[in-house]
Design a protein around this ligand. Structure first.
Ligand SMILES: [Zn+2]
Length: 273
């Protein structure tokens, strides 16, 4: 059985602690988010806080380590608002590849990425990990975990409004974990009509029940500043720490379940015991 480490965060341990951990475990979580405007009520780091809080609670429960969080992602569409810092898709890919290369060198063989920035980071994360597996490190198992997909069993029942950027659920989760970071008096009912702006084929609820038939349409930061002047794309007026806790705890439990599955099914994907 593992020795009790003083922290789940790699950056708070010594190299000797990590060497000890690697004697019995090779799983590590890499949290990634963004630094981008989250409307008048949410902090710029909201997506990263989502990733950090999931990573930390999963790591504690499952007894695994986390890398330091990546605070930046692909946020170019939010650059119309002060404070947003965006990486190009190529930079996100390069960052993930370099972090994975270092981890693999030390013997980590299971890298679980928790992405708090939802669909905007997914193209970079999925293409980088797919390439790493095919061309550079087929021996490393990668998983990309995203609240949009791991909360399907609870999201639609928990929220009351359509969830897009600055939605009820992501605000609720951060409100639950970091109460001082949400300006409750600035939660807003105002949300642009995304179907009017982008056609009825636009996915205006990222966490809805059935997505229906959709078409992806990119937009610019200038367009966004005009169609969503507060920065919010969702009605967050019914967000609450209680909803956040329910949503958060559900996702933590599901991710821990996944880690347990992986522990029972280590090794190549083609050869299961
Ligand atoms: Zn967000």
């Amino acid at each position: 059985m593992a020795q009790k480490l003083s922290s789940v965060w790699l950056n708070e341990l010594t190299w000797e602690d990590v060497a000890e951990y690697l004697k019995h475990e090779d799983i590590i979580i890499l949290p990634i988010g963004s630094t981008e405007q989250h409307g008048p009520a949410g902090p710029l780091g909201l997506d990263t806080y989502v990733a950090i809080s999931l990573a930390e609670d999963v790591a504690r429960s499952a007894g695994v380590l986390c890398t330091p969080p990546v605070w930046f992602g692909d946020s170019s569409h939010h650059l119309g608002f002060p404070g947003t810092i965006s990486l190009r898709l190529e930079t996100v890919r390069a960052l993930v590849k370099d972090i994975a290369s270092s981890l693999a060198k030390h013997g980590f063989r299971n890298i679980l990425i928790i992405n708090g920035h939802k669909s905007a980071n997914l193209p970079a994360l999925l293409s980088a990990t797919k390439e790493l597996r095919e061309y550079e490190m087929p021996e490393v198992f990668f998983a990309v975990i995203d609240p949009m997909k791991i909360s399907r069993g609870i999201a639609a029942q928990t929220k009351e409004a359509k969830e897009h950027h600055c939605g009820e659920l992501e605000i609720s989760e951060v409100w639950h974990k970091y109460p001082h970071l949400i300006k409750a008096d600035k939660l807003t009912r105002e949300a642009p009509d995304l179907h009017r702006l982008f056609s009825p084929f636009f996915l205006d609820d990222l966490m809805g029940k059935g997505a229906g038939d959709t078409i992806d349409i990119p937009w610019t930061s200038q367009e966004q500043r005009e169609f969503a002047p507060t920065g919010s794309l969702s009605d967050s007026s019914r967000a609450s720490p209680q909803k956040g806790q329910r949503y958060h705890d559900y996702m933590v439990a599901r991710i821990v379940e996944f880690i347990e599955w992986r522990r029972q099914h280590r090794g190549p994907i083609t050869r299961q015991p």
